[in-house]
Write a protein that binds this ligand. Structure first.
Ligand SMILES: [Zn+2]
Length: 293
């Protein structure tokens, strides 16, 4: 059982992980169209029990936000599922009631303390806490924050109808735009000194990453460019949710190259305990070293 709140320092920055939920998600052969049991066999010794349930061969995934504190700025990266939202057919997410905001507060952040919310992309599990239900309406959860996301994802999802992405756009993205709190980005965007947002298209057309560089240390928040740690060993494997397969492979490799060359920590949205890792080169692919903070 992982701790739902944890802290670490990266250069002058303090990074806090706040977990919303964790547990079994998809069967690995469903999540990865190229799935090969041999990869599980080769890495079984570390995959069980934190990353794979071997009886059902399901991926164990976490759902968390990262909060970056740097130079007096509090930046919340990705906002999970949220409470009270209509999310059928995902029963675990539908009208979810969890202590996310209490955990955030326990970690030292009231909603009004967040200066910036950054969504790596506009999928349902990355925008949920953008808003919360007040008197029957969806209102911004973080009233003092500027919400940053890519214009490309906004354009991609704005006319969608009839599915979960359309529902989450309507209740978790549109209210932010209507309240005048959205800042949509095109291309690279410097959020602050040492915090660079960069396009990493593929999983969604407008997926972005956030690089944190402070002194000699660095980290990169990668959203869903990798869903599961096994993709470090098979960087060509897309998840079934990657919309642009070729672009996703290029972006994933670019991020892993950056981590290996720069010694940067990889900070994804769904890896199990300890949730982030260093990347080493291993032939044509890569290997990971878990980082315990
Ligand atoms: Zn996700």
């Amino acid at each position: 059982m992982s701790n739902p709140i944890s802290h670490q320092n990266i250069g002058a920055a303090r990074v806090t992980r706040v977990e919303e939920m964790a547990g079994p998600a998809f069967r690995l052969s469903t999540l990865f169209p190229d799935w090969d049991d041999a990869l599980f066999e080769a890495h079984k010794d570390w995959l069980v029990p934190n990353y794979v349930n071997p009886e059902k061969m399901t991926a164990l995934l976490a759902m968390h936000s990262w909060v970056v504190q740097l130079d007096g700025l509090n930046v919340l990266v990705d906002t999970c599922i949220g409470n009270d939202k209509d999310r059928m057919p995902m029963e675990r997410w539908h009208h979810h009631q969890g202590p996310y905001l209490q955990r955030l507060e326990e970690a030292g952040f009231r909603p009004e303390d967040i200066d910036m919310v950054m969504c790596t992309h506009l999928h349902v599990d990355h925008v949920g806490w953008n808003t919360r239900l007040r008197d029957g309406r969806w209102v911004p959860t973080f009233p003092n924050a500027k919400y940053v996301f890519s214009r490309a994802d906004y354009e991609h999802y704005k006319d969608r109808t009839g599915d979960m992405d359309a529902a989450s756009f309507a209740d978790s993205v549109l209210p932010i735009v209507e309240h005048g709190l959205a800042e949509m980005t095109d291309g690279e965007h410097l959020l602050a000194d040492g915090l660079l947002l960069e396009p990493a298209p593929g999983h969604t057309p407008g997926h972005v990453t956030l690089k944190l560089e402070s002194g000699s240390e660095a980290a990169i928040f990668t959203g869903d460019m990798l869903h599961h740690p096994l993709q470090v060993y098979r960087p060509e494997w897309n998840s079934r949710f990657c919309i642009l397969p070729d672009e996703a492979r290029v972006s994933r490799r670019r991020v892993l190259d950056y981590c290996a060359d720069r010694g940067a920590l990889l900070m994804p949205a769904h890896f199990g305990t300890p949730h982030c890792c260093h990347i080493d080169r291993a032939g044509e692919a890569f290997a990971l070293r878990w980082h315990y903070g």
